[in-house]
Design a protein around this ligand. Sequence first.
Ligand code: GCO
Length: 441
Amino acid sequence: MTSENYVFPRGFVWGAATAAYQIEGASKEDGKGPSIWDTFAHTAGKISNGDTGDIACDHYHLFSEDFLLLKHLGVKAYRFSLSWPRIFPEGKGQVNWAGLDYYDRLVDSLLTLNIEPFVTLYHWDLPQALQDYGGWANRDLTGYFADYAAVAVRRLGDRVKCWTTINEPWVVAVLGNMTGEMAPGFRDRKLTAQVGHNLMVAHGTAMQAIRSIEPNAQVGIVLNLSPVETLTDDVYEKKAAERAWKATSAWFLDPLFQACYPPGALRDLGADAPDVKPNDFALISQKLDYLGVNYYTRTVFGAQGEVKKVPGSEYTEMGWEVAPESLGRMLVRMHNDYRLPPIYITENGCALDDQVVDDHVHDTRRIKYIHDHLVELRKTMRLGVNIRGFFVWSLLDNFEWHHGFSKRFGLIYIDYPTQKRIIKDSAYWYSKVISRNEVHR
Ligand code: GCO
């Protein structure tokens, strides 16, 4: 590390990320079936401003333009997801070949531009037909998910080397089935626990399917992880923080790396604990080729429980504290608690009130946010944590779930009425980081 900057290892992967429902649009085009997010977004009152992903960033039709922007910025890898109902309109049974053809075109376009595709199989858009069949509470879906994974890998696996099974099982389980703020919108703790468990079984089952077809594929899972910290050394606050970590992030890390649930958290669930089959943890804890970590912020506990506003801290448009140092502390703790595979930071970025001025977006706060997290990562790597790459969330402003289009995370600004793309200052800054493979102090 030279005095004035942080140089990253040769081959460090510099990427950007998106997800199908958030950018594609074409919600009914070329044989695509409805997803639970099509249903949820068309349910009155669920999404800010009544927004839907019907058109979104129209990436389905504009992907060539978007990929040229990726190339223009020198981004080396692109993390995107496949829409399960675009490939299996009913979730199982009849394959929609036009859906697979679309993803074929995406992958070939990326490779032509020498951009590495990182494909996520499940980024929340469950086929509605399977939700009608009980959704993730129905353990049969673990098999249907593996069948879907097999069809995708058979078609794309000769060119796609990096596969993610599931993006953020915690969000899918908790926000979709406990708080109800996301699709399918239930509020049931026992359902939440079973959905979370079945997602992890689906992850393990799909990993087996992928590896049986492409033994050399790099397969991982992506977890959203948020360290739980305290403002003081008060022992009771520390205990509350540790219980919260065990019930959230460790609830998914322990099964992956210790083949069990955190004992205390499982006890706390009582009768709402999930139904676990004898071979489940063997499936879930199969060796990962990498772990994807989505990091945005931390959770803070004080004397009265969770602290929503930490004095002196900066917050993003999502109400999330900007806490880059907590990312480093969390990764070091994970490094000490588990035998970790290589890590990719698969999402990191911030929602800001971006304004267009003379066709520019001077998002200096986003530059600082990403800069500070990259500096923290480089320091953490020097402590022995094996971090292989970094993906900004997101390439494009997009449909931010129940917030609709009101939150802008993109390196590229989307003017939705015209679908015009405007490259933000942060994108040009990130482009320089990539070309130099370093971050200035
Ligand atoms: C997530 C999802 C993304 C979000 C992003 C901002 O991590 O929640 O992967 O789809 O849009 O994280 O909330």
